[in-house]
Design a protein around this ligand. Structure first.
Ligand SMILES: [Zn+2]
Length: 539
């Protein structure tokens, strides 16, 4: 009898655990969001966006990417697989493919067809992603009855978070401004997507152009509107408000629309339609919705972190977050979903701007580096094309040539290392071999190791000095191991989340296992096993 009661109790507690999960997880990625954007624009945020996530949810104030390169493709893959490029294989956005000798793009798939457009922008899939995602784990745990949908303006921002077994991933076709997909997921767009596209939301949102939300003089957390550190994409020849979006769309396609805060609005609107029309969070099977806001990255690249354009983008994004939370509360119900918000990488300050304020940074001369390196190798080892590619700060050597000339590879690697260390702007250079056993306190080496995939990565990796980049003098980029590129917000809100703040260092790969624990599901196959314990409410 006692045994039967124990078994019954066991079953009961099992049932409680099985039901102990939200109906929906919403994973929000803000492309290129630096942690300090939370603090810098704090006074201008509403009560219901970032502030609500912080006051009612859990915030990691010291969260970092734990590998390089800090780019969009690897970032989204790492957040949702809980792994790093070493294991998930997305080593960059584009990389030199050792097998074919060609550049490949992280989500392109020539075997797939576009859905919703006649052009090639839909020929995408997660086939290069070597690890399953949170969505894949949810799918298995619900016998594929839960839904997973990925949404972004960027194809890679939708495809990589959604994972392999997703019901759908949608991204923007920059020719039409429509949301499109690939036949990896479906044979035609659902009715609601066609209806959304037919309403021409992008044109409606762009109609009045881009003016600042507040009066221009209120943007006291930024430089003045017109500085030499911003890219010019307006017709008037200055990087200043207002931006004539209808004209820019005519000239440059909907990429120009994406390069404005209204790109966030359309993503939020489309996500709300997905929640309603796909019944996300309705039934008992756990669903996942991934939303990646791409526009902050495009605006950041164009104007840099100190611009009024970026400040205005974040003040408006905060309102979109508030709107998203309010529609989730209305549709799915407060306490029925778990939301997390993070970024796929942060961004550097514009080097020219720092330089003008006496902070030592500069621009790396990539072309000169490549030509002088090749000249050195020819002088020392004979004629030949020794370096097949220098991309993503990795050198891919010509192994066929090295083998045919019976050259000591070790000697060549040493020569390259000596040459590179003498080159202006280089901080360190490591070979694949050296990465196998990085010194425990060498942050760059351990980040490079986690970013290194033996099948896909090159022979050596070059680190620039802090603040240095290979880029034009206007706008900015990211990709390094330094704090300005690695430090991003991680926020949790809703079901299973404890209110609080974490000040200890947290790695980006800890998001996935945290969500696994909150949802009582199995960890994604290659995920980090260190959930952010303090963020989880224990019943
Ligand atoms: Zn990005």
């Amino acid at each position: 009898m006692k045994a039967i009661i124990l078994v019954l109790l066991g079953l009961l507690s099992f049932q409680t655990i099985a039901q102990n999960q939200p109906k929906l997880v919403v994973g929000v990625v803000v492309d290129q969001m630096r942690m300090d954007y939370i603090y810098r624009y704090w006074d201008k945020y509403s009560e219901n966006g970032f502030k609500k996530l912080m006051s009612e949810g859990f915030t990691c104030k010291n969260a970092h990417f734990n590998y390089i390169p800090t780019y969009t493709g690897p970032g989204h893959a790492s957040i949702f697989t809980g792994a790093t490029p070493m294991n998930h294989g997305i080593i960059a956005n584009d990389w030199y493919d050792k097998a074919s000798g060609k550049e490949i793009y992280c989500v392109s798939d020539s075997l797939r067809n576009s859905i919703g457009t006649k052009n090639k922008q839909g020929k995408m899939s997660p086939s290069l992603l070597l690890a399953p995602t949170l969505g894949d784990a949810f799918k298995v745990s619900t016998q594929f009855r839960g839904k997973t949908i990925g949404i972004s303006l960027k194809d890679r921002g939708a495809v990589l978070p959604a994972g392999h077994s997703a019901d759908a991933a949608y991204w923007m076709d920059y020719e039409s401004g429509h949301f499109i997909s690939s036949d990896h997921y479906m044979s035609s767009l659902p009715k609601w997507v066609k209806a959304f596209n037919a309403e021409k939301h992008a044109d409606k949102l762009a109609k009045e152009g881009w003016q600042t939300l507040l009066a221009l003089e209120k943007y006291t957390e930024s430089t003045e509107d017109n500085t030499p550190y911003e890219k010019i994409y307006n017709k008037n020849g200055y990087p200043v408000f207002p931006y004539d979006l209808p004209q820019l769309i005519k000239d440059k396609g909907y990429y120009a629309f994406a390069n404005s805060p209204f790109g966030n609005t359309i993503v939020r609107q489309f996500a709300e339609q997905a929640i309603i029309n796909e019944d996300l969070g309705e039934d008992e099977f756990l669903d996942l919705l991934t939303i990646s806001f791409s526009s902050p990255d495009m605006v950041g690249h164009s104007f840099g972190p100190q611009s009024i354009e970026i400040e205005d983008t974040y003040i408006r994004l905060d309102l979109e977050i508030a709107e998203l939370i309010s529609s989730l509360n209305e549709r799915v119900g407060e306490g029925n979903y778990t939301l997390f918000l993070t970024a796929d990488h942060a961004a550097a300050q514009v080097p020219a701007y720092l330089k003008d304020h006496k902070i030592p940074t500069d621009y790396f001369e990539t072309e000169r580096f490549e030509s002088e390196l090749n000249a050195m190798l020819v002088a020392q080892f004979g004629a030949g094309n020794w370096v097949l590619s220098f991309s993503n700060q990795q050198l891919f050597l010509n192994h066929a040539l090295i083998d045919s000339k019976v050259i000591n590879e070790e000697e060549m690697l040493n020569s390259i290392q000596d040459f590179a260390l003498d080159f202006k702007g280089v901080a360190s250079v490591l070979s694949a071999k050296q990465l196998q056993h990085p010194l425990p306190n060498d942050q760059f080496a351990s980040m490079a190791q986690r970013g290194w995939n033996p099948l896909r990565s090159g022979d050596m990796v070059v680190q620039f000095l802090p603040g240095w980049m290979s880029y034009g003098h206007q706008g900015t980029t990211h990709g390094s191991s330094y704090n300005y590129d690695s430090h991003v917000p991680i926020m949790f809100y809703g079901f299973g989340v404890k209110q609080g703040v974490e000040l200890n260092p947290v790695d980006i790969t800890q998001i996935a296992p945290t969500i696994s624990i909150i949802t009582s599901t199995a960890f994604p196959m290659l995920s980090d096993h260190r959930p952010i314990v303090n963020a989880i409410a224990t019943p």
